[in-house]
Design a protein around this ligand. Structure first.
Ligand code: PHB
Length: 405
């Protein structure tokens, strides 16, 4: 086997040859293990994620979750050994296409998993569309990835940005809030999160009186918090995540706004940060497709298993990484480990019902999860589930995806 794991042939040629072999084998129904027929070449998974900067912990949690699911499946993908190529994308959009190109074409990964940041995701989607590599997005909510730029080989196991905030606008309008100020980072994720929130908040009779922005990953919140205090809205809606979210929660409290102007957000505001912020997040309500306290045997088993393996509490990012591997496992199972049967893998992934710690979910036509959104409230060190805000939400609608054949 060649060093790059491609079996010594060009990638395309390899795919064609093994497709022919796999097809004949399936027809005859004689080959018990395609893995044996292919000399048990390892499946190479590329993890392109942030391992430095404000989203570091998100990248780590996704990596942990992914590897945990593979371990639980016996450390293999349908009999095939797994190896990883890891690349730190630094949440840096300017380097995204080059980085993705490197991991796909130099490291010759079979599957490209990543990333967290929507701006970086744009570059990855470009390379995934050009190369045709099987691509699983375990976080970044870039709407276009599963609508205008959807493709057969691109799947997401997380959310679309606006999908996570549309439920919050409804919740806040129902609570009787009439005015809100929004605050977030000025990049695709922040813009789409605000758009989703605004859509349902205004439909519910609310009004966004001011949109405040700062460049990613800036955390100089002081002047903006002063402005919020003087605007006196009924409520504040924000999107921040990772290190930035922890700093924002502490600053909101330090500015004397906590308890005065209720703070809401997508659940990224309070996921993975509760141990770091003390009581600054207490009582904050958010909407998300996961909550620590989901009271199911599936979630409890996952949390126990994750805590045991990594000596850390899992969060939404860990669940998304875990589900990325579950999705790949479903695809690989359908072809008995024959990674060359891409069409069949894709068909199986499209049909998969993922038995996730978050609850069962399915793929939309655009390859984004159709899933329930929970209303959560921070109680102590837990994102407690208060109820279901919206069931089986497909938003932005998958109808916006015209899937190329
Ligand atoms: C994104 O950039 O799409 C993004 C990043 C972090 C999150 C959610 C979305 O927590």
């Amino acid at each position: 086997m060649s060093k790059d794991g491609s079996g010594g042939t060009g990638r395309r040629k390899f795919l064609q040859e093994s497709a022919a072999l796999g097809g004949a084998a399936a027809l005859a129904g004689l080959v018990p293990s395609i893995a044996l027929a292919q000399g048990a070449r390892k499946i190479k998974i590329g993890l392109m994620l942030p391992y430095t900067g404000t989203y570091t912990q998100l990248g780590v949690a996704i990596t942990n979750g992914f590897k945990l699911a593979i371990q639980e499946a016996g450390g293999k993908l349908s009999g095939r050994e797994v190896e990883y190529a890891t690349l730190d994308d630094e949440s840096e959009p300017a380097k995204a296409a080059d980085n993705a190109n490197r991991i796909v074409n130099r490291d010759k990964v079979d599957v490209l998993v990543g990333t967290v940041h929507s701006g970086v995701q744009m570059g990855m989607v470009k390379i995934a569309r050009e190369s045709g590599v099987l691509h699983i997005i375990p976080n970044a909510g870039l709407g276009a990835a599963t609508t205008q730029l959807c493709a057969p080989n691109i799947f997401r196991t997380s959310f679309a940005n606006a999908q996570t905030t549309y439920p919050m606008g409804q919740v806040m309008a129902k609570k009787g809030h009439k005015t809100a100020v929004t605050l977030t980072w000025r990049y695709a994720a922040g813009e789409e999160m605000v758009a989703g929130f605004k859509d349902s908040f205004t439909k519910g009779g609310g009004k966004v009186i001011k949109e405040l922005w700062l460049p990613f990953p800036n955390v100089e919140f002081q002047a903006l918090l002063t402005e919020i205090a003087s605007l006196k809205p009924d409520a504040v809606f924000v999107f921040f995540a990772g290190g930035g979210a922890a700093k924002f929660l502490k600053d909101y409290k330090a500015a004397g706004l906590k308890g005065k102007i209720p703070l809401y957000g997508s659940g990224f505001l309070t996921d993975g940060v509760l141990e770091a912020v003390g009581d600054a997040a207490e009582g904050v309500e958010t909407t998300l497709h996961y909550g620590d306290g989901i009271d199911t045997p599936r979630n409890k088993a996952f949390r126990l298993s994750y805590a045991k393996a990594f000596k850390l509490q899992p969060d939404v990012y860990a669940v998304q990484g875990y589900d990325a591997a579950l999705l790949l496992i479903a695809g690989m199972r359908a072809v008995k480990g024959d990674i060359s049967k891409k069409r069949e893998i894709i068909a199986a992934m499209e049909k998969a019902q993922i038995d996730s710690p978050r609850g069962k979910w399915t793929m939309s036509k655009g390859h984004n999860p159709v899933q329930d959104f929970y209303l959560r409230k921070v109680v102590g060190a837990e994102n407690k589930v208060v109820g279901v805000a919206v069931k089986a939400l497909d938003y932005p609608p998958a109808a916006l995806c015209k899937m190329p054949s």
